[in-house]
Design a protein around this ligand. Structure first.
Ligand code: 5GP
Ligand code: ZN
Length: 119
């Protein structure tokens, strides 16, 4: 069924507490934790607790939950004070775009200058 935990999914394991993570923010539907390989002073991943393979699938199948992820990305930025200088919310979608974990997640990046266009 849509949204069900997947046994082979790293981020489902983080949601279940089976893999440790440094959680910085949590709601009933969303959890946010430090990226293990940070690309900026602030690099937090915001994920729905339910499993969807990517952000567009999430928005299509569970739009209210997609809105939760985006809103809480803003809360993470505010909590990390990176909203004052600007931050980036990134949804890598598909292997060619660098998606390596197929559980929808927003990268919240900030705390340094962010070039545009990205590489
Ligand atoms: P993607 O490449 O799929 O857009 O993003 C996956 C992110 O998950 C990467 O930035 C990677 O550093 C992060 N990541 C991979 N494994 C772990 C882990 O075990 N713990 C945490 N906290 N982050 C991870
Ligand atoms: Zn998952």
């Amino acid at each position: 069924m849509a949204g069900e935990p997947q046994a082979d999914c790293l981020f489902c394991k983080i949601v279940a507490g089976e893999v440790p993570a440094t959680v910085v923010h949590e709601t009933d539907t969303v959890v946010a934790f430090q990226d293990i390989n940070p690309q900026a002073p602030c690099h937090v991943l915001v994920i729905p607790k339910a499993h969807y393979r990517d952000a567009v699938t999430l928005a299509t199948e569970a739009p209210a939950l997609a809105a939760d992820v985006l809103r809480e990305a803003g809360a993470v930025a505010a909590g990390g004070k990176v909203d004052e200088t600007g931050y980036r919310v990134v949804f890598n979608t598909g292997v060619g775009a660098g998606q390596t974990v197929f559980h929808a997640h927003a990268h919240v990046l900030g705390g340094r200058g962010l070039a545009w266009p990205p590489g």
